[in-house]
Design a protein around this ligand. Structure first.
Ligand code: OGA
Ligand code: NI
Length: 364
């Protein structure tokens, strides 16, 4: 990517601090008991650990998660071989507005270019989505994956890995449901025709790591993210207690889990999706692989009825996930004049909530 083009330069207030805080990190949770079941007591403590982590951080790491290490290593190797190729090879499967899967090196987060290149594929192939961003248009379209010629084993590595991480994602959603006091399978139905996708991220060394970011600050828009990061490190999470950026220390063979915007809405803000960003460095390239676990396109996202009460009314108006997703995908291609679509566009204002509460009280 050569010199640091001004398109990559962050505004002063968003530039990373090179001296990072490694402080008390995000919680580390051992999933062993859920996999080898039978042990009801430790399962209860696991559920409460997951709930505490979601509440306090919106992020945690898991070990003994059941995803075979060799599947992850096979994909990491194939990803490196793919990105090691010259640009003219990679752009043969370039993403565009019609084909959202494939190679891409100019994503902007909050209108600043990210110092990275990516390869995206969807977990269902094809993935069914709305044909247009307009909610009144009921037509659907299919997203098809694009696979490179080289390395030939990339496709198989991607598909096997996605299958394993999908199983883990369902388990995690069960733990999250239990932690909210709901039946374990409460969320399963939403993911039947999932729109999940996996991204292979490559962050090349950057000559100006104090000016640019691998990914600018953002929240993940979907349900849950399961991230594999290598041993280089660079992911930073905004600590809820004081707004400090905290570096997530790499743990070998762990996954980093974070709550996305959809869980924030489903849980009526019992859990919140948390801002994070990626620092780059001038010496080492870094690889990471997020799995974005997303519901079916036709899902109307709204607070679960079990989690709202008269005194705690729904804080969001329902929105259609497919329309949200295609609006986002379309807008990632360009610098926008307006802000990207965000869940707070569906947030019911505090004054409106207070109004509703008052009405409910006067009726009671
Ligand atoms: C993302 C993301 C983190 C990382 O792609 O949404 O937050 O460490 N990635 O690559
Ligand atoms: Ni993210």
């Amino acid at each position: 990517m050569g010199e640091v083009d001004p398109a990559f330069v962050q505004d002063i207030q968003h530039r990373p601090k090179l001296a990072t805080i490694e402080a008390e990190g995000i919680p580390l949770i051992n999933l062993n008991s859920v996999l080898n079941s039978a042990d009801a007591v430790s399962e209860a403590s696991l559920v409460s650990d997951v709930g505490d982590a979601c509440k306090k951080w919106g992020f945690f790491q898991v070990i003994n998660h059941g995803v075979p290490l060799e599947k992850r290593e096979k994909l990491e190797k194939a990803a490196k071989d793919f990105f090691d190729q010259p640009l003219e090879e990679k752009v043969k499967i370039r993403r565009d507005e019609m084909r959202v899967s494939g190679y891409y090196d100019s994503e902007h987060t909050k209108n600043v270019r990210d110092w990275k290149e990516v390869f995206d594929f969807t977990v269902q192939n094809p993935t069914i989505v709305p044909a247009s961003t307009r909610p009144d248009n009921k037509q659907v379209a299919e997203w098809h994956n694009q696979w490179p010629e080289y390395p030939p084993q990339l496709r198989e590595a991607c598909e096997e890995y996605a299958g394993e991480v999908e199983k883990l994602s369902f388990k995690l959603m069960e733990l999250i449901a239990l932690s909210l006091g709901l039946p374990a399978d409460s969320f399963n139905g939403f993911f039947k025709d999932q729109t999940s996708f996996v991204r292979l991220n490559h962050y090349p060394p950057c000559p100006a790591p104090e000016l640019a970011l691998g990914v600018g600050r953002h929240k993940d828009a979907g349900g849950l993210t399961v991230l594999a990061q290598d041993d280089v490190g660079g992911l930073e999470v905004k600590r809820k207690s004081d707004g400090e950026w905290i570096r997530v220390k790499p743990t070998p063979n762990a996954f980093i889990i974070n709550v996305g915007d959809i869980i924030q809405v489903w849980s009526n803000e019992r859990y919140e999706s948390v801002e994070h960003r990626v620092m780059v460095n001038s010496e080492k390239e870094r690889f990471s692989i997020p799995f974005f676990f997303n519901p079916a396109h036709y899902t109307m996202i709204k607070p679960l009825e079990e989690l709202t009460r008269e005194e705690n009314p729904a804080r969001y108006r329902p929105y259609n996930w497919g329309n949200f997703l295609v609006t986002r995908k379309g807008s990632n291609f360009k610098k926008l004049d307006v802000e990207n679509i965000q869940i707070y566009h569906f947030r019911i204002s505090e004054s409106e909530l207070a109004n509703r509460l008052e009405k409910a009280e006067s009726v009671a």
